[in-house]
Design a protein around this ligand. Structure first.
Ligand code: ARG
Ligand code: ZN
Length: 845
């Protein structure tokens, strides 16, 4: 039942107008639809098919006359007249019984929807595909005080409301919300002088946690006007926070629906990271109004058209709001942790996949984050001006369209005159390219020889060379930069680039700013890395030099028990103590590579990773760092205090992050005394959670864990943190039992995706605990995935990626991990979502 990109055909019918009436009831909501269809002149197919799942058809009419369509599990067909006609249907659905959180469902007594990708077919019969776009009129009848849908409010009375959305949209952007909600509101005046009403709707009691999101929204609106020339296009912009949500948030036209954890924030309940994520996701969903909604996707294979671009835009925005250097490092950390992991395992797929069984399984790091990297590379290749011209042309040419990657690349070709046929391989080839290099120097000429190679990935044994923008700079041995950042364009499998007129052999700084999503493999000496760490002018590569040093040290510690050498420790010390550097940057530099990252790196260099040995090495290195920096740490900790009331801005957040890093190392020297004191005096969640995690990391903090629970048991989002911290930081041999007892806690509401992720997801990210040789964690995760799959396939399938790394490990662990996957695969009634995921993970040997 797979769908293929190559099988695309245009829709048989187009829609001029949709009118929907909802008569809300928890177990028997009636949905009345009236849809004006007309044959699509561009189609050859004449068959009338409407998607529909789990709907009870009450009655249907064509041009007013009753019809009896033929209904299957996936939809209906019916004989229709030649030419345009009106379809009317009445169906019944049960939102309260909808645990999959897709379509119309209920969360804490509130009605809400999630239609992307294919949830609208659980609301009514409809051509549920993104290339069918129509204006919607919606009438909601229900007892709730607040009744919302897309577009502009048209009319309302006691128990009903009507909405009109003038912008043609695909069904996946439909939304409805009804409930007892309160709003925090403001007015935004667009560049052309139109007033827009902004509302953030939340449950009563949460209204004091909306200010930051509202402010982020206004900043996003200004930014999109100034940077992309994009104005908002309706009279109102509504955002609703819901507690039960499979994903982060959703860009429904004029009515964004958010997981409440990405809206609600107060200093006492949200951390600096939460604030930053809220800012980014508010921006992301808002930016979709143009990149996603006004210009949407022709089919779901084109998902990266809107997601890669919109992620790229939100990254630019966050960089502008905070720090570009820090944002880039954080984005690359995340890309490597999630996308490289995916790209180097059985779930590897192209940024534009060519085949899927369940599209929800392709809302991945590859589509989103690697998709964003491709936009960044395009911008680097055509320059800022070329990018701006291409984007202007994109909005001009494709406004109102359901577009493709071909359309997207064509605007770049037309705006810049560049041939992008080779670049297009980035969209179709999966896997992470490996870039190796050697260099030589004679007679003042310095030459870099590069070689690119992409390992085989599922169904792609051979790869062709890709266009790789390599940003390089050259430094003199005295530390001066002799060549400022220059963009090399590698297009061949092997290619050399020379630089003339140099008096001494330079030290190269390669892939500055992480100019392409590749893995650079090089045998550089620790001294050269330390040199770059001290002298590189590119902040990303300065950080990267420290990172690779740390990885080398850890590799040697794991492989032959070596003690950490002085090169890394001295360099780290110099960086940490350098007050000219941004505290946020120093905090990142003090963070060690993750254990999962180390496992992948070891595997890549031919060593079977042992998660326990990696964990032990990381612990040992942390203690060595703490000792080596023992005099510096208290000074750093005290200097980074943030006096005055908590403010979530980047400067204060950076100082707190550095202070927290210092506290983490200090706790290894003082047994947690300072962290316990900091915990007791904390007046914001960043400090409170930070101190608590320092304690848990060294096996302390039992009293604080209990106190935290008493303090916060009424706050769902804070309780998620309480669950996640314990499962995520439990010692390796205890992790499974800690997680199991958390699942037995009365507040473990496993049907709530955030709570489920807080325990089961956190256990899966506790590398040494998850890979405990007993297999206890594998079993626990598999048991819960099986249980969740029966009620919420989408979230269960997504979390099955915990097992995607099985091929890295030793035979015993492989057998246990595969066994867990096989046990899931063998279940009766497995969802299509989960079936596809475990099939792909087991299929690639
Ligand atoms: N478009 C949403 C976003 O990027 C994500 C929706 C994902 N939905 C899904 N069913 N996979 O913000
Ligand atoms: Zn998105």
């Amino acid at each position: 039942q797979a769908v293929h990109l190559s099988d695309y055909t245009p829709p048989a019918f187009l829609i001029d107008q949709v009118a929907l009436t909802f008569r809300l009831h928890p177990t028997a909501t009636r949905v009345l639809s009236k849809i004006a269809f007309r044959p699509n002149p561009a189609a050859t197919d004449r068959r009338f098919f409407l998607h529909g799942e789990q709907l009870r058809l009450i009655g249907a009419r064509i041009n007013g006359a009753p019809v009896s369509p033929e209904i299957t599990d996936t939809g209906l067909t019916c004989a229709v007249p030649d030419g345009p006609f009106t379809w009317e249907a009445e169906v019944e659905i049960a939102p309260e019984e909808n645990t999959a959180l897709e379509g119309l469902y209920m969360s804490n007594g509130m009605y809400c929807t999630q239609c992307e990708a294919e949830g609208f077919r659980k609301i009514t019969f409809y051509p549920d595909r993104p290339d069918v776009m129509a204006p919607f009129d919606v009438r909601i009848e229900g007892a709730a005080p607040v009744l919302l849908s897309n577009g502009n409010p048209e009319a309302r009375g006691e128990g009903w409301a009507e909405w009109h959305d003038p912008w043609p949209k695909p069904a996946y952007l439909f939304a409805l919300v009804a409930g007892d909600l309160v709003s925090k509101s403001d007015v935004f005046t667009t560049a052309s002088g139109k007033n827009v009403m902004l509302n953030i709707w939340v449950r009563p009691g949460d209204e004091d946690k909306c200010a930051y999101a509202l402010d982020a929204l206004k900043r996003s609106m200004v930014w999109d006007e100034q940077v992309y020339g994009r104005e908002y296009d309706l009279d109102v912009f509504n955002i609703v926070a819901v507690d039960d949500f499979n994903m982060g948030a959703m860009e429904n036209k004029g009515l964004n629906i958010f997981n409440s954890k990405y809206v609600l924030a107060s200093p006492e309940t949200a951390t600096d990271d939460d604030f930053a994520r809220i800012e980014a996701i508010i921006a992301h969903e808002y930016f979709h109004n143009w990149t996603g909604n006004r210009i949407t996707c022709r089919d779901w294979f084109q998902l990266c058209l809107k997601e890669g671009l919109t992620v790229f835009r939100d990254q630019q925005f966050s960089g502008d709001m905070r720090s570009h250097a820090v944002k880039r490092i954080e984005d690359v950390l995340m890309l490597r942790a999630r996308q490289f992991r995916e790209d180097n395992g059985p779930l590897a797929h192209p940024v534009r996949p060519e085949r899927y069984v369940e599209i929800n399984n392709f809302y991945t790091a590859t589509v989103y984050e690697k998709g964003a990297e491709l936009i960044g590379m395009l911008k680097r290749l055509v320059g800022d001006d070329g990018y701006a011209r291409a984007l202007d042309l994109y909005f001009e040419r494709h406004d109102g369209d359901a577009a493709t990657i071909e359309d997207w690349l064509k605007v770049f070709e037309d705006a810049t005159g560049r041939d992008l046929s080779q670049f297009k391989r980035w969209y179709s080839q999966s896997g992470t390219p490996r870039l190796t290099f050697t260099d030589d120097f004679n007679d003042g000429r310095y030459t870099l020889h590069f070689k690119q190679e992409t390992p085989p990935t599922p169904s792609q044994p051979e790869k062709a060379p890709q266009v790789i923008p390599i940003a390089v700079g050259l430094l003199n041995p005295n530390g001066d930069e002799v060549l400022p950042t220059t963009m090399l364009e590698m297009t061949e499998a092997e290619q050399s680039f020379s630089f003339e007129g140099l008096s001494t052999r330079p030290v190269p700084s390669l892939l500055r700013g992480f100019s392409a999503p590749v893995i650079v493999q090089r045998d550089t000496t620790a001294e050269e890395r330390a040199f770059l760490l001290a002298h590189d002018t590119d902040p990303f590569n300065k950080w990267e030099a420290g990172r690779t040093l740390a990885k080398d040290v850890l590799m040697r510690m794991v492989a032959d028990g070596a003690a950490p050498g002085p090169a890394y420790l001295d360099a780290l010390r110099a960086m940490a103590g350098d007050d000219a550097l941004d505290p946020a940057f120093r905090a990142l530099a003090l963070r060690l590579p993750s254990e999962d990252d180390m496992a992948q790196s070891l595997f890549d260099s031919g060593i079977t990773p042992d998660p326990l040995a990696i964990h032990a090495a990381c612990e040992k290195l942390k203690t060595a760092v703490a000792r080596h920096l023992s005099d510096l740490l208290p000074r750093l900790h005290d200097a980074m205090a943030c006096p005055g009331p908590y403010a979530p801005d980047a400067r204060n957040a950076g100082r707190r992050a550095l202070r927290q890093a210092a506290l983490g190392y200090l706790s290894r020297l003082d047994g947690g005394a300072l962290a316990a004191a900091r915990y007791a005096e904390a007046d914001n969640m960043t400090d409170q959670l930070g101190a608590l995690s320092c304690l848990l990391e060294i096996g302390e903090g039992a009293a604080e864990v209990a106190g935290f629970f008493r303090q916060w048991s009424a706050d769902r989002l804070v309780m998620d943190k309480w669950f996640a911290l314990q499962a995520g930081l439990a010692a390796p041999h205890k992790a499974a039992s800690v997680a199991r007892s958390l699942t037995e806690h009365p507040d473990f509401d496993w049907k709530n995706p955030n709570r489920f992720r807080a325990v089961i997801g956190a256990l899966a990210t506790n590398a040494a605990g998850f890979h405990d040789p007993s297999g206890a964690s594998y079993d626990l995760v598999a048991d819960w995935l099986i249980r969740l799959d029966a009620i919420n396939p989408q979230t269960a399938a997504r979390m099955s990626t915990a097992f995607e790394t099985w091929a890295r490990y030793d035979a015993d662990r492989q057998a246990l991990m595969r066994g867990a996957l096989e046990r899931i695969a063998a279940r009766d009634g497995l969802s299509r979502d989960m079936g596809e995921m475990v099939g792909r993970m087991l299929g690639a040997k």
